[in-house]
Design a protein around this ligand. Structure first.
Ligand SMILES: CC(C)(COP(=O)(O)OP(=O)(O)OC[C@H]1O[C@@H](n2cnc3c(N)ncnc32)[C@H](O)[C@@H]1OP(=O)(O)O)[C@@H](O)C(=O)NCCC(=O)NCCS
Length: 181
């Protein structure tokens, strides 16, 4: 498959079978999310979702040892983030978000590639995530990246009013071991 990130943040290969950390363009930076990022992250989150995580959710997540990653553009502005939770031999992608005004510029693709490569670096060769079936943009991105649907959780997400929405469970796995790093 040959897909570039179509972003000025990185020159991109496609989705290699064994994930590789994308080389960022000058001035772009991936860092661990810290307490100093929580305000900016929570503000983006509130604008990006109908049912956002709160600042406290992010704080608790980091305290619980989950791995937050941020992407900053050359001006230092936080434009995207992800939260990962290692569970035994799998990585769970709990959150991936691009600042709404910066969406559809390849940054989601870049962030997802960073997530896969980070998981690989931690010797976890399976990434699991949940997505709303109505989130067709995110779903298209995950399928492009090689994720496959492995299940459905009934009424997993809150929806409007008292309604609930199912979650699709997606997984991407790749071979680990020597020579695959
Ligand atoms: C999902 C999300 C992370 C994607 O980030 P992004 O920077 O907009 O995505 P990209 O520009 O890298 O798009 C990559 C591909 O995904 C698909 N895609 C992304 N957004 C899409 C949309 N709104 N509609 C249709 N396809 C979309 C397209 O195939 C796109 O490729 P193309 O632009 O070459 O057609 C971003 O839209 C977002 O933060 N959404 C709100 C939060 C969210 O829903 N997170 C996922 C929860 S499971």
């Amino acid at each position: 498959m040959s897909v570039s990130y179509r972003s000025d943040a990185a020159e991109a290969p496609a989705w290699p079978d064994i994930p590789v950390m994308p080389a960022l363009a000058d001035g772009w930076a991936i860092e661990r999310m810290s307490a100093l990022d929580l305000q900016a992250v929570a503000e983006i989150e509130a604008r990006a979702y109908s049912h956002p995580w709160t600042r406290g959710n992010f704080e608790n997540s980091i305290k619980a040892g989950h791995m937050g990653l941020t992407l900053r553009d050359p001006s230092g502005t936080l434009v995207a983030y992800a939260v990962l939770m290692p569970v035994v031999d799998e990585m769970h992608l709990l959150n991936i978000t691009v600042e709404p005004r910066r969406q559809r510029q390849g940054l989601g693709r870049l962030m997802l590639a960073v997530v896969l490569a980070t998981s690989h670096t931690h010797h976890l060769h399976t990434v699991l995530l949940e997505v709303r079936p109505s989130n067709t943009g995110a779903l298209a991105l995950y399928l492009e990246a090689g994720f496959v649907e492995i299940g459905r959780r009934k009424g997993y997400y809150p929806a409007f009013g008292k309604a609930r929405e199912d979650a699709l469970v997606l997984r991407r796995a790749w071979p680990g071991g020597e020579g695959a790093a």
